[in-house]
Design a protein around this ligand. Sequence first.
Ligand SMILES: *Cc1c(COP(=O)(O)O)cnc(C)c1O
Length: 493
Amino acid sequence: MGTETEEDGRTRDAGHGEDDGPAAGARRAARRDAAVRAAVARGLLGPGHPLVALLDVTGIRESAAGLREAFAAVTPPGTPVLHAFAVKATPLVPVLRLLHTEGVGAEVASPGELALARAAGVPPERTVLDSPAKTPAELREALALGVAVNADNPQELARLDALAADSPSGPGGLRSPVGIRVNPQVGGGTIEALSTATATSKFGVALRDEGAREWVVRAYLDRPWLTRLHTHTGSQGIALPLMARGVAETYALAEEINRRAGRRQVDTVDIGGGLPVDFTSDTAGPTYARYARLLKETVPGLLDGRYGLVTEFGRSLLAKHGTVVARVEYAKSAGGRAVAVTHAGVQVATRTVYAPAAWPLRIAAYDAAGRPKAGPVVTQDVAGPACFAGDLLARGIPLPLLEQDDHVAVLDTGAYAFAHHYGYNSLPRPAVHGFTVHPADGADGPDPMDGPDHAGGPEAPGDGVAFALVRPAQTAEELVAESGGAHADALLR
Ligand SMILES: *Cc1c(COP(=O)(O)O)cnc(C)c1O
């Protein structure tokens, strides 16, 4: 595989659903349309369930394959490459298990995320722990399991020193690969809150600060068990060349450490994640293949087989494969503006509601039966159910006029959206269903005869869509329990 030229790599892209051009986007949209239709027909969505989240299993598999292929095409055969999915992007156990079967491990950043990865069956040697605030207990657990750890700062490294000294297999006898996260300070992108390589970012050791680079090199020379180097330049809004520059700076540091150590002490470079996603169209954005080729041009030495690689992509693996579908409860007009009041708002797309300019989402209109809605386009607002005026998923967008009992689909919400529930107004977490569409009859035309008889069934004959429950909707009982229901008298004593 790795002996193929880049031209070959490019040719192969087309066959792996990873040509994220219009054709792949159209296939995704066709699968989505079939799933929305089937969800309505089968009652996953209805008056009693006005909100649901759907995950396109085929799309997730295609993205994972695209990632594997992209790095296989730019590294010699046998180069160790661990793709570790950034669990924070979609913290759902069945998703982590699916990715694991697709050869993708887990990057975790909290005890909760580590527990999810373990529940999904991701083995410790395919798990990486990054976080800026690891407690001694978290570090001890990770080292006991053999999970890779990237130390964020000198104080964390001191804690690791103590744990290494206490190791059952003798001082320095750590089972886990351990590295240090560096911030190459190459600059930020268009979204300040997600730019991790600015001069003053809270993450990693700021490499260009006075004395920092020398401190890092000495840290490695003093600790033979430090074998990795980690960077993550940022998420969404970071241009590819800036990401590649961050990786190049990190590679140069690995080379410097190894030169001064006189051996290949750093054997693996963890290049982080951060590939941006196009939220404005059905096109996914830059492909893994494009990014891998850019890295091959910018940092050829990193990909020549001397180093193992770890990647930590999150958003780019999942965002395009999730859809929130909500019923239009009421359609009204205010000050001449049409407003659709739906069940999808701040609780499932928090960033979009609070920072609409940075996080625009596309909305698709479907009719009461879940068919794509046609008709003249009208400027309208799409509002959520929460009790504050800003709870709008879209303002003044052109859509066929939404009416009561229609549906809206909030697109590209598979990462950092419906899996990041925000408990405003005690709105419940929606159910999440995975779906697959069988091409023979599904994508082109769901069977209109399929009715509520099939509600809840895994697969209704005819429409070609199979659903699988990923997470049930939160119940009122669960909401009460989470809200101190068992302690109702607590403040009366
Ligand atoms: C958030 C994060 C990622 C994933 O970023 P995406 O933009 O979702 O690809 C990877 N690594 C680290 C350290 C992160 O904090």
